[in-house]
Design a protein around this ligand. Structure first.
Ligand SMILES: Cc1ncc(COP(=O)(O)O)c(C=O)c1O
Length: 415
């Protein structure tokens, strides 16, 4: 397996080794995570939707515990955009673990953390940074900053939005997956209101911030109508509300530019692909927004143990230049892929931008399983799982992309 391979599936899926691992997983992992297997099986009427267990990955290939080789069109939730086990990221991580594995967050910084903040500021034009380890961390940091900066607490979010499942971002989930919010509804407060994504905008007087994905990811790879985001900015400015761009999914080159839009927000959230596979994330802000936190008077009032973890920062510092050169091709290759997909009978629409595509098909969950059996990994997306979400590594080869299009054609014709 060298990263550019086509699939080789030699067992039924999941194979015996994956199956053994998944039985052990089901015995130990909280059903909040693992019970979804049973739900999925029920949804598509299939007896068996157990996952394959990943053992190894490189480039755009994943090998499971049974030695089957897959082409990964998810990049692992968009994380391995520069390819699984990117050699530059691997070398940087090796180098870092040989010298300093952990520093002390807000107490004693280390050079990698400082270099990463500088590199991010240079790429985004933002002034200040709060590092984190997950996308959810960045939403917490952005919302807290907006509250501190405006002295207000109302947040506007959008239907179909997804911002993570920690308490802060959970409160701001749109209508997407109300089942994720329902058990905790009483704890999520009443500070978030929702508007239709891409639709009519409400009066923003009294709001601290608007939290928006410039292109919605889990909500279905939705691009809002032209001009809508700019109008949202104008409306927010006029009302004194800050604009938070959640580019955790759409950022880091996914749409062919480092960020999905040229519009400069007050706060910007990056995660997923930033660390080339390592958990590191960043909430960036303008000086005006972030300096509202004021000068330190002792203990940090927003931090975490693993803030700016040196290995994550080293990985991100290696991933960023890889993203820079790879993104030059993302638009062209994404457009080619989208065009071939539109020609497949049964595909009703292809949404998204660059290498962030939503392929609309009937029965997406069953189609996902059909593609898995042929060695192609995709994830359903959209409020009603109405599309297949494609966020492949940027190193996906043309042969792998056309193999995927053929496999999808086959799966759709078999139905
Ligand atoms: C747009 C967006 N924001 C935030 C998050 C949350 O990131 P994490 O799961 O790392 O907390 C996600 C995760 O999918 C996302 O797509």
């Amino acid at each position: 397996m060298n990263g550019a391979d086509l699939p080789r599936v030699t067992t039924t899926l999941p194979g015996p080794s994956s199956r053994g691992w998944v039985d052990r997983l089901a015995a130990r992992e909280c059903p909040a995570i693992t019970a979804r297997r049973a739900r999925r099986a029920a949804q598509i009427g299939a007896a068996d939707t157990d996952p394959i267990v990943w053992a190894e990955a490189i480039g755009a290939n994943v090998m499971d515990a049974d030695g089957n080789v897959f082409v990964d069109l998810t990049a692992g939730f968009g994380v391995c955009a520069v390819g699984h086990r990117n050699p530059r990221v691997v070398a940087a991580v090796h180098g870092q673990v040989e010298t300093l594995i952990h520093a002390m967050g807000d107490a004693f910084p280390d050079p990698r953390r400082i270099e990463l903040m500088e590199a991010l500021a240079a790429r985004t034009g933002m002034d200040r940074v709060i590092l984190g380890t997950s996308g959810s961390d960045t939403i917490d940091a952005a919302v807290k900053t907006a509250v501190v900066a405006t002295g207000r607490s109302r947040i506007l979010a959008f239907d179909g939005g997804y911002h993570g499942l920690a308490f802060g971002p959970l409160a701001s989930l749109g209508y997407l997956r109300s089942m994720m919010r329902a058990p905790f509804a009483g704890l999520l407060g009443t500070h978030v209101e929702w508007a239709p994504y891409g639709g009519e905008l409400p009066d923003l007087s009294g709001f601290a911030a608007v939290l928006v994905e410039p292109i919605q990811g889990r909500g279905g790879m939705r691009v809002p109508p032209a001009g809508w985001l700019a109008r949202l900015h104008e409306r927010a400015r006029a009302a004194g509300a800050l604009v938070i761009h959640d580019e955790v999914y759409s950022g880091c080159g996914r749409t062919g530019t480092f960020l999905a839009t040229d519009l400069r927000p007050d706060l910007l959230c990056l995660g997923k692909a930033l660390g080339g596979g390592f958990p590191v994330s960043a909430c960036l802000g303008t000086a005006a927004a972030m300096d509202a936190w004021g000068a330190s008077t002792g203990a940090a009032i927003h931090t975490q143990t693993f803030l700016g973890h040196p290995v994550g920062c080293a990985a991100a510092l290696a991933a960023l230049p890889e993203i820079d050169w790879m993104l030059a091709d993302v638009v062209k290759r994404g457009e080619q892929l989208a065009e071939s997909l539109r020609a497949v009978p049964g595909v009703t629409a292809v949404t998204g931008a660059g290498m962030m595509l939503g392929v609309h098909v009937a029965d997406s969950l069953a189609v996902t399983k059909g593609l898995l059996d042929r060695g192609y990994l995709v994830l359903p997306c959209g409020e009603h799982a109405e599309a297949l979400g494609l966020t492949p590594p940027y190193v996906l080869t043309e042969a792998q992309a056309s193999g995927f299009v053929r496999a999808l054609d086959e799966v759709l014709q078999c139905r």
